[in-house]
Every structure is written in structure tokens, then in C-alpha cells.
Design a protein around this ligand. Structure first.
Ligand code: HEM
Length: 481
């Protein structure tokens, strides 16, 4: 029998304790503004459905897998994206897949699906590994006592990967200016303006967006120029042009109708992919890095797996699929800290969910954050335990009880892309570094548009002995490029 010293202790990473009683109206509004994660009461984590009368209407939070399946799949036609979501997103996203509805959405989903197929995504693995190596090189150059904000680094990396997978032949203008405008654009479109909550018409300007208008215009016009230049190249030298997401978007044709995407749809989808894909994936990575910094056991398991699978001469096209323990850590990280903590829909007609009648017009909230810690669905829901996602255990998880990427027809189109990127990057980092949280820093989850660590994640990163593998991996990457 192992002695008690060898039994790993259970680690409950930081999260708000669910409230025993609901907050009063003013405190609720304040908490929804500051950090909605702190407003959930115990009932939500125990009951299949909880109905709430809020200052801005009725909402029902649903956490029963069968009822969620009904909303997202079986009766999905009765549930549309709600008006608040529409108001928050900028005009730039309006014609893209994320916000399209009905026939417009069906056409785009059919046409865009091949861009994110397994095969297409595997083709992006070298870019993801190069971005991981570039980040590792920056970290190696840091002084021993330097503190690195790994959350900010993860965001920089995911933007880098999207920039290179979408516009692989460069931007045609200063990269720094473009990156800055892009950062500003995506920071701004994520903000909820009080006027949005009050449902004021779009013609009334949102002051939170005024000061950044020049950056927004710069970014949108840069995207216009990039598209125009690529169209010219496709016409003049079609065989020389990179097969990146932009080319795939411009060439995409609906298999049913032969229709291509309009100019506005191409542009809106580029902006959509960056908006929906960068902060979400960055947070998945940041939370994984934090959890590993707290778990010597899993930190070593992931590093050992990376040495086996990413070592010299062993690089294979399906590397991300073979990093099974690394992926289990990421899946556990996005169970505990789902980057999209809640998704919502508006019921068009009345329906019955989990034994209760939901009136027409009700906002139905499906909160992965609550669902993933629900007392009825998980053992030790607040404990970090990646073994839940290892083969043999994973099959027992209800399909509609674990929804980091949503489900049904509107499931995240970028899920394979995001998981592959997070897996390759996490393995690269853990193979080469040991991570320690900066002394005295208290980690706390903050829900903005995505669920991120409040104040970032300052860490000390120490290169592992024998962890350098860039040169051999670059050699190996060329083998399958
Ligand atoms: C860990 C990273 C990610 C997470 C957790 C995530 C999560 C989600 C979720 C929950 C939805 C469904 C929203 C709903 O039903 O209301 C969604 C939709 C979507 N995601 Fe992701 N996402 C991630 C990465 C990405 C990436 C990398 C891309 C693209 C490059 C992307 C593009 C999209 C798009 C376009 C949609 C809308 C799909 C549709 O309505 O047909 N996401 N995502």
C-alpha cells in the first residue's frame, strides 16, 4: 500500500464560492458589471433549471444535458441568438458566421466548413509550432529574475498564429501598426457599452467606441487592402499563391448553389475568426499553464510526453493527436475555466425544458461554467483532475454536460484549430520550461467577454535542462512541410 505521502492531494483552483442567497437588485447589477462569475448562487450548481426575473427580462439557466440538447440541437430552430449579443458585437462582425441567422448562416456554414476540416487544420501545425518556438525564444532571452505575464504572451501568440494562417504573405504595411490596430479593435468590440444594455438605437454613438475610431478604421481599411491585393494575385499568378485561410475564403464555393462569398462576407469572416479565435484560445492556454504551475505531477507528465512526441526526428503530422495527456490538461482547464463562460439564446415560442415551461421571449442561458461544476454531473467538480479526460474515462462524460465549444449546428467551427494550437503550444512550453507563479500574486477568474485571469498571470519561467529542441524540431517540421 502506498504511504499517505505519495497520494497526490486534491487541488481546488481559485473560483468564487457560490452564494447561499441571491444578491439584491443593485448588488446584482454591480456584480454583473464587475464579474458575473461572482453572482451565481448554489442553486444553479444543484438544479437542472433555474428561472430568474432580472431587471431586463426573464432568463432561465439550464444545466440538464437533455434540456440543453433540446435548445442547441433538437429544437434549435426555436432559439435564436439574443438581441444583447447582437448589440455588443461591432458592425465588422455583422455579416460573418458568428452572427448570421437562418439561410445566410446555413450557406456560410456549409461554405466555410472545409476551411476548418481536420486536414486543413493539420496543415497549420507548422505555423503553430513556429509561433510557440518564437515565444519560447523570447522567454529564454529573459533574465533569471524577470517576471513574464504568460497570459499576455498567450494572447500575442494566438494573434500571431491567426495573422499567419489567415494572411500568410504578410500585411503590406507596417506590422507593428497593424498589430496595434488589431489589438485595439478586438479590445473595443469586446466591451459592453451601457447604451447596449439600455437597448438604444445604433444611430446613437457609443462613447466607449469613439476614442478608438481611427484605429478601427485603420484596421478595417488594412483588411480591405489585403483582400484586394490577394484577389489581384489570384487572378495573375494563381499557382503561386499561398493556400491560407484568406485564399480558401476567396475561393470557397457553396457545394449546393455554387455561390461564392460576397466582399462583405469575406471581410466579416476574417474579423470574426480573429475575434472568436484569439482571446478564447489564449485563455485556454493561460489557464492550462497556471494549473500546471500548481501541479508538479502533471507538469512532469506533460513535459515527459512532449519529450517523447516532439523530440528529434519524431515530429509527425498528427503530433497533436498523440499528445494525449497534454490534451487532457487543456480539456480539464477549459472545464474549470471555460473561455466562453456562458452562451445564450432567446426562445421564439414557448417550450418545455427540464419539466418547466419557458415562455416565448425568455433568454435561455447555458453556462458552461456552471454546467462544468454541476453537483449532479461531476465527482469533485471543483478539483483539478485531468484523468477525467484520459481514454477510458472520457467516454463517461455526457455529450451535453461538457460544452466548452457549444454543441449542435452552431458548435464552434474553430474547435479543432483551437485544440491543436493549445496542445502543440502547451507541449512546447512544458518541454522547455518550468513555471512558477510570481510570489504573492493571487490568481482570480474574471469574466469579461471571455473568462481570463484577472490582472494576467505573472510567472517566473526557468529553462529546463536538456529542454531545448528548436533546431531538431525545425528539421523535423521540414520533413512534412
Ligand atoms: C478554446 C478556444 C475556443 C473556445 C472555447 C470557443 C468557444 C465557442 C463557443 C462556445 C461557440 C458557440 C457559441 C454559441 O453557441 O452561442 C463558438 C462559436 C464559434 N467559434 Fe469558437 N471557440 C474557440 C476558438 C475558436 C477559433 C480558433 C475560431 C476560428 C478561428 C472560432 C470561431 C468560431 C465561430 C466562427 C463561431 C460561430 C459558429 C456558428 O455560429 O456557426 N472559435 N466558439
Amino acid at each position: 500500500m502506498p504511504s499517505a505521502a505519495f497520494i497526490p492531494s486534491k487541488f481546488c483552483p481559485p473560483a468564487p464560492t457560490p452564494l447561499a442567497q441571491p444578491l439584491g437588485a443593485i448588488a446584482l447589477l454591480r456584480t454583473l458589471r464587475d464579474n458575473p462569475l461572482e453572482a451565481w448562487t448554489q442553486r444553479f450548481f444543484e438544479q437542472p433549471i433555474v428561472t430568474m426575473r432580472l431587471p431586463f427580462g426573464t432568463a432561465a439557466a439550464v444545466s440538464e444535458p437533455a434540456a440543453i440538447r433540446r435548445v442547441l440541437l433538437d429544437n434549435a430552430a426555436n432559439y435564436r441568438k439574443d438581441t444583447l449579443q447582437r448589440r455588443i458585437v461591432s458592425a465588422g462582425l455583422a455579416h460573418g458566421l458568428l452572427m448570421a441567422e437562418e439561410e445566410q448562416w446555413r450557406f456560410q456554414r456549409r461554405t466555410l466548413a472545409p476551411l476548418f476540416s481536420r486536414k486543413a487544420v493539420m496543415g497549420f501545425a507548422p505555423v503553430m509550432l513556429q509561433a510557440a518556438d518564437a515565444m519560447a525564444a523570447r522567454w529564454e532571452a529573459a533574465e533569471e529574475d524577470d517576471t513574464i505575464d504568460v497570459a499576455a504572451e498567450a494572447t500575442r501568440l494566438t494573434l500571431d498564429v491567426l495573422r499567419q494562417t489567415i494572411f500568410s504573405d504578410g500585411l503590406g504595411r507596417d506590422t507593428e501598426d497593424f498589430q496595434e490596430a488589431m489589438r485595439c479593435y478586438f479590445d473595443t468590440i469586446g466591451q459592453i457599452d451601457p447604451f447596449d444594455l439600455l437597448d438604444l438605437p445604433d444611430m446613437i454613438p457609443r462613447f466607449t467606441r469613439w476614442k478608438v475610431r481611427p484605429a478601427l478604421r485603420f484596421f478595417e481599411s488594412a483588411v480591405d487592402d489585403i483582400i484586394a491585393r490577394r484577389r489581384r494575385r489570384l487572378a495573375e499568378e494563381p499557382n503561386e499563391v499561398q493556400r491560407d485561410i484568406l485564399t480558401l475564403l476567396l475561393e470557397a464555393q457553396d457545394a449546393e448553389t455554387g455561390r461564392s462569398l460576397s466582399e462583405a462576407e469575406v471581410k466579416s469572416n476574417i474579423i470574426t475568426f480573429i475575434a472568436a479565435g484569439h482571446e478564447t484560445t489564449a485563455n485556454a492556454l493561460a489557464w492550462s499553464l497556471y494549473l500546471l504551475s500548481q501541479s508538479p505531477e502533471w507538469s512532469e507528465r506533460v513535459a515527459a510526453e512532449a519529450r517523447r512526441e516532439l523530440g528529434a526526428g519524431r515530429m509527425r503530422e498528427d503530433a497533436a493527436d498523440r499528445l494525449i495527456e497534454t490534451r487532457a490538461v487543456i480539456e480539464e482547464a477549459i472545464r474549470l475555466y471555460p473561455p466562453l463562460a456562458a452562451i445564450s439564446r432567446e426562445a421564439i415560442a414557448a417550450d418545455e425544458l427540464a419539466g418547466e415551461t419557458v415562455a416565448a421571449g425568455t433568454t435561455v442561458v447555458i453556462a458552461p461554467y456552471v454546467l462544468h461544476r454541476h453537483r449532479q454531473l461531476w465527482d469533485d467538480p471543483d478539483v483539478f483532475d485531468p484523468t477525467r479526460f484520459l481514454p477510458g474515462a472520457r467516454e463517461a462524460i455526457d455529450r451535453y454536460g461538457y460544452l466548452p465549444f457549444g454543441a449542435g449546428p452552431r458548435i464552434c467551427i474553430g474547435a479543432t484549430f483551437a485544440l491543436q494550437e493549445a496542445t502543440l503550444v502547451l507541449a512546447t512550453v512544458m518541454r522547455r520550461f518550468e513555471l512558477r507563479l510570481a510570489p504573492g500574486f493571487a490568481v482570480w477568474p474574471l469574466q469579461r467577454v471571455t473568462l481570463r485571469p484577472r490582472g494576467g498571470l505573472p510567472m517566473r519561467v526557468t529553462p529546463r535542462r536538456g529542454g531545448r529542441g528548436v533546431a531538431d524540431r525545425e528539421r523535423a517540421a521540414r520533413i512534412y512541410l
